[in-house]
Design a protein around this ligand. Structure first.
Ligand code: ADP
Ligand code: MG
Length: 498
């Protein structure tokens, strides 16, 4: 009897020890895997460092590169393209003007009615439609016939339709691809981007191609202005507020333009008048500096992209890429641990996580992060992600977006510095920064990433305040425009109409 009791007691003790060892072992393993994930997050945070000191270095680098790009052709990764836009709309324009916008998510046709009085609510009509994929890779004739037909249909809907061949209409053409401009109304396509590939167009005058197509369709429409989307945004910003000095696009891609003194455009001295101002299209998506905080995810994304070593700034900032950076970090975590369960093959698919969904995860306010779980399940087919892992995903989105927004802010301050609107000049006789005169300065901003992503917008503003200091920053106003890139082209058609 005694032996049996002892035997049972021993068995129980051994079993208890085994279970305890198992539990401890599992806990240790679990702790290790969370630690590995925490390391991935910590490394990411360090790699994405945008403390204000570093942002100031980016500001300086931007201003330096702007100088270099203005000094000589090919002097910088910033192309600093001339636009020949030397007067911006001011509200006195009058009449009906048209615009076409190619290069955004949708192709757009617009009509704007101008009364000769600046109006806060510009009367305009817009029609949007996607460009059929076959047209994007066909011939220039197919592309421009498609565009001209859309305009013809749009005009035909005015009144009774008998007006197609009435007096000449003036049109602005927003063409958001890199163009070497020859005048306000002509320019040569340097290269296609964003999925367009019409080989016979490169090197040809875009406005002339459009003009020929309009004439083929029997339309009496004159292409009065050929503009980049940033320039359109600046035009509409300036129409509403004459203190507007620069415009930024932060959507699928990113770019900026600003008003420069002509005598600062050294590479064209002799060609241009030496007084006055001209809008310069920076093509800032291609900005690069060793001060930009770059991670292994950025390096891989760039190497696997169709345009390696190109558009480096854009790849850290714009809506095309942010979701994919986050995807790469989550993939790395699943390779390091099983906090997301078995590795889903979807995690290896480039661009499967679009930025709007990444933003939705970032901005999920539900206590159990339901939206995060849903998106991880829908997009990556990862079910039942534990709350702790969902929180980590939100953290990753936060780090990636915060870096993007803060770098965009540094870019903006770089422009302000270049044109002496960053408050760093003009200090007289020992006055403090807060006493000096800082002119009211407006920057027009357009694009879905900025206008629809609240946290991005807040981080950008916060960084601007940090870099400039509140006293200077309060004079810098960021104004969202909508359809500005198209409406602005119509306004420029008015400014430059014959
Ligand atoms: P485009 O840049 O093509 O002219 P938009 O300015 O409308 O068009 O920007 C669209 C881009 O903005 C999308 O590609 C996406 O990256 C981003 N975006 C749109 N909606 C959101 C959103 N809710 N949250 C975050 N980013 C968004
Ligand atoms: Mg756009």
């Amino acid at each position: 009897m005694g032996r049996v009791v002892v035997g049972v007691a021993v068995t129980v003790a051994v079993a208890t020890c085994a279970v305890a060892a198992l539990v401890v072992g599992r806990r240790v393993r679990s702790r290790r895997k969370w630690k590995r994930v925490a390391n991935v997050v910590r490394e990411l945070e360090e790699g994405c460092d945008t403390r204000v000191g570093r942002l100031r270095q980016v500001v300086d680098a931007m201003a330096v590169e702007m100088h270099a790009g203005l000094a000589s052709e090919g002097g910088s990764k910033l192309k600093m393209l001339l636009t020949f836009v030397d007067k911006l709309p001011n509200g006195t324009e009058r009449g009906t003007y048209y615009a076409l916008h190619l290069g955004g998510t949708n192709f757009r046709v617009l009509r704007v009615q101008l009364s000769g009085q600046p109006s806060s609510d510009l009367e305009h009509e817009v029609e949007r439609q996607p460009i059929p994929e076959n047209v994007m890779t066909s011939t220039s004739q197919d592309l421009f016939d498609f565009i001209a037909s859309s305009l013809k249909d749009f005009i035909a809907k005015e009144g009774d339709g008998s007006n197609i061949s009435k007096d000449t209409r003036e049109l602005g053409f927003t063409f958001s691809f890199p163009v070497k401009q020859m005048s306000v109304s002509s320019g040569i396509l340097i290269k296609w981007t964003k999925g367009f590939s019409i080989v016979d167009m490169v090197g040809r005058d875009v406005a002339a191609c459009l003009q020929e197509a309009l004439t083929r369709k029997g339309l009496h429409v004159r292409v009065a202005a050929l503009v980049n989307d940033t320039v359109g945004t600046l035009a509409v910003g300036h129409y509403h507020d004459p203190d507007t000095v620069a415009a930024i696009i932060i959507g699928t891609g990113t770019n900026a333009c600003y008003l420069e003194r002509v005598d600062a455009i050294i590479k064209c001295q002799g060609l241009l008048m030496t007084s006055g101002r001209m809008v310069v299209n920076m093509e800032w998506g291609n900005f690069w500096s060793s001060h930009l905080p770059r991670t292994s995810y950025d390096i891989d994304l760039d190497a696997e992209s169709p345009n390696p070593n190109d558009q480096g700034f854009e790849k850290m900032i714009s809506g095309m890429y942010l979701g994919d950076i986050v995807r790469r970090v989550i993939l790395r975590m699943t390779l390091e641990s099983d906090i997301f369960g078995p590795i889903s093959p979807k995690l290896s698919m480039p661009f499967i996580l679009r930025t709007p969904l990444m933003a939705a995860m970032h901005e999920d306010n539900s206590p159990d992060l339901r939206e995060v779980a849903r998106i991880l399940n829908d997009i990556f087919e990862i079910p039942d992600v534990p709350l702790k892992a969902r929180k980590i995903v939100v953290k990753v989105c936060d780090v990636v977006t915060r870096r993007a927004a803060r770098l965009a802010a540094a870019g903006i301050v770089g422009i302000l510095k270049k044109i002496g609107r960053d408050g760093s000049g003009g200090i007289t006789g020992g006055r403090s920064r807060s006493d000096m005169k800082m002119k009211r300065t407006v920057v027009a901003i357009e694009g879905g990433l900025y206008s629809k992503y609240t946290l991005f917008r807040e981080y950008l503003r916060e960084a601007l305040n940090e870099i400039l200091g509140e006293d200077i920053a309060k004079h810098v106003i960021l104004k969202v425009t909508q359809d500005g890139s198209g409406i602005g082209a119509a306004l420029l058609a008015a400014s430059y109409s014959s």
